[in-house]
Design a protein around this ligand. Structure first.
Ligand SMILES: *Cc1c(COP(=O)(O)O)cnc(C)c1O
Length: 408
């Protein structure tokens, strides 16, 4: 790679001084993207298998998204929820028409969508249940966001440290353990919150039958079933929602990340008996349903629904998985290669435990942007619209990076 130019050095140095130190960004300044390719300020080219963490699912500068953005950008940027705006009404209408949902609430991020879901299930319980029906159950290894309630639902202690006292009423159950959840759920449970494929927790799909088991238990105890589809939704697994790999119907779904294709937007989808649980004045968001974000999200949602996109997820996802298996036969780096569609995790063998970040850096040096999911798992979230040719290049870079890292 070319050496860092003075702009890169200046921006990295400045960022380190003026940002709160909660992130540790790579010393790369990303400057431009097109399709599955990105370029940094020094002109280095990358294939992007990180998609801004499952956000740029339709690649960079997708013509449909650029057109929606430009058209709305010339008309109206913001109006508040005191008035209707067309893009948000149309987006909600399209979501309701094509999913389980009866109603939609818009916000600006995944955490906010989960925050809204948490408030909705509590409100619903307060309207229809006994006073002590407050408990929300989530699962070990989950990730639901960083706001205080969403991070409390996130059943990973490392995210809680120092932020207590945490909001009460949250319980954590082992993921994929049907007996454990059968024991934990009770009439005091107002909701069960689950990712159909755990993302941050290591790309761990729910085992076949687990989500259906949750549905049965929720029905029995009059609790709402909430799917956090923020990472695994929007076509990422080859279906619109990750939960659709099982024959199960949710009460509530949260979306964000790829919904805006890069514009910040989150959504809460709700059906049936809970759809009226947030009455006038009970919740809100100044930016929620912002016309520019909603206009771009309509284009993104259309792409996510298209059979061509879904076929590509299956096709290219299989190619990435096959490439990982092939490289693994040669090098023996991974003990498990898992996930669905284009949500792929490769867990390092015990001898390399904790070193996923090292492998990621070697991938970057080979011109490939990847992610980790925890210390042991290399995570690939390619654009759902990645081309044959881009995949070929990505796969060859991935092989080269793995060989270089293994010293082979
Ligand atoms: C990223 C993520 C969130 C949080 O979304 P933000 O937009 O960062 O607040 C919540 N749930 C899941 C499953 C996620 O992957």
């Amino acid at each position: 790679m070319a050496s860092e130019n003075s702009d890169t050095k200046h921006l990295v140095d400045t960022g380190q001084q003026v940002y709160v130190p909660n992130y540790a960004p790579k010393h790369i300044v990303l400057d431009r993207g097109e399709g599955a390719r990105m370029w940094d300020l020094d002109g280095n080219e990358y294939i992007d298998l990180s998609t801004g963490i499952a956000v740029n699912s339709f690649g960079h500068q997708h013509p449909d998204l650029v057109a929606a953005f430009t058209e709305q950008g010339r008309k109206l940027w913001h109006a508040s929820n005191i008035y209707y705006v067309e893009p948000a009404v149309r987006l909600a209408e399209e979501i309701v028409e094509s999913t389980f949902a009866d109603r939609v609430f818009f916000c600006n991020s995944g955490s906010e969508a989960n925050e809204a879901a948490i408030k909705l299930v509590r409100k619903h319980a307060s309207m229809h249940g006994p006073d002590d029906k407050r408990e929300i159950i989530s699962f070990e290894g989950s990730f639901h966001g960083r706001t205080l309630a969403a991070v409390t639902a996130t059943a990973q202690p490392k995210y809680h440290e120092g932020f207590g006292p945490m909001p009460g009423g949250f319980s954590y159950c082992d993921f994929n353990d049907p007996d454990a959840i059968s024991r934990m759920i009770s009439d005091k449970t107002c909701a069960v919150l689950v990712e159909a494929v755990q993302g941050e927790g290591g790309i761990t799909p729910a085992q076949q039958g687990f989500l259906k088991h949750l549905r049965t238990l929720c029905d029995k105890h009059n609790a709402l079933l909430v799917f956090d589809e923020i990472q695994c939704g929007m076509g990422r697994t080859g279906k619109m929602f990750g939960y659709e790999w099982e024959d199960v119907t949710p009460d509530v779904v949260t979306m964000a990340k790829a919904l805006g294709g890069g514009m910040p937007i989150g959504a809460l989808l709700v059906a049936g008996k809970a759809a009226d649980a947030l009455p006038f004045g009970s919740h809100g968001s100044t930016f929620g349903g912002n016309p520019v974000a909603a206009a771009v999200a309509r284009a993104a949602f259309r792409l996510a629904r298209s059979p061509e996109t879904m076929a590509n997820v299956e096709k290219q996802g299989d190619r990435f998985r096959a490439a990982l298996h092939e490289v693994n036969e040669e090098l023996g780096l991974f003990k498990d290669i898992r996930g669905r569609g284009m949500m792929i995790g490769a867990e390092l063998v015990d001898a390399h435990a904790g070193k996923a970040g090292e492998l990621l850096d070697v991938c970057t040096a080979h011109g490939l942007l990847t992610l980790v999911a925890g210390p042991d798992v290399l995570r690939l979230l390619p654009p759902l619209t990645i081309t044959d040719e881009e995949t070929s290049e990505a796969v060859s870079k991935l092989g080269a990076a793995c060989r270089a890292w293994a010293g082979a």
